[in-house]
Each structure stands twice: as C-alpha cells, then as structure tokens.
Design a binder for this molecule. Sequence first.
Ligand code: 2BA
Length: 106
Amino acid sequence: MKLVLAIVNKDDSGTVSSALTKEGFTVTKLATTGGFLMSGNTTFLVGVDDNRVDEVMNVIQKYSKKRSQMIPSTTYGNAAYATIPVEVTVGGATVFVMNIERYERL
Ligand code: 2BA
C-alpha cells in the first residue's frame, strides 16, 4: 500500500477531490499553507493499493493547473530587486508517494 500526499492549488481542490472520489478513492483533504507564498493550498492524503497509484497520479495531474503568480521581490529575498515583482509558476501539483507499513481501521 502507498500513501499519496499531493499539494494542490486551493482553486483546483474541489475538482481534484470530486474526480478522485468519483474514481472510488478514499480522500482526506487538509487546509495547508505554502511556506514560500504564505498562501493557502490543499493537501490530499490518499491511501491506495500499489497498482492504483498511477491512476491517482493521472487524476491529480489532469485537474491541477499551472498558474503564474507575481510576487513582491522582497518575498523572493533579493534586496537588489526590491521594487521589481517576480513571476513564479505554481503547480500543477507537488506529489509525494510513500510506502505504508501498516494500515488499520480501528
Ligand atoms: P509555496 O511554498 O508557497 O510555493 C509556491 C510556489 O513558489 C512554488 O510552486 C514555486 O513555484 C515557488 N517557490 C517556492 N519556493 C521557492 C524558492 N525558494 N525560490 C523561488 N521560487 C519558489 P510549487 O513548486 O508548485 O509548490 C506549490 C506548493 O507545494 C508550495 O507552496 C508548498 O506548499 C508545496 N511544496 C512544494 N515543494 C515542496 C517540498 N519539497 N516539500 C514540501 N512542500 C512542498
């Protein structure tokens, strides 16, 4: 068994969640905050059999869009460009896949 932990833009959270549920996956959503932009995103926890990991990844990829975002350069940490906004590309999704030693519903 694997645990798929996926960090998704909060604007995509509803569609990703619906699509995963529709495909029969069990999903937990956490409201999280990115350390760099300090803005809200959503972290999905999906426990899944090894042979369905790719299906989960495909659904997440399909519904997680890339976005360009302008940020103040002070956030970017370079005082020399203090007045120039910097563009960063956020997403689609940041995904970690972890081995699960034991899964029980007590
Ligand atoms: P944030 O940390 O708020 O980062 C938002 C976006 O800012 C990132 O998008 C990336 O494009 C940019 N960024 C982050 N750190 C940067 C830096 N030091 N210099 C320049 N640009 C930087 P994504 O890569 O799509 O990440 C979206 C969110 O996924 C992140 O939000 C964070 O919450 C999470 N994340 C990404 N990589 C992670 C990791 N290795 N570990 C834990 N969380 C991660």
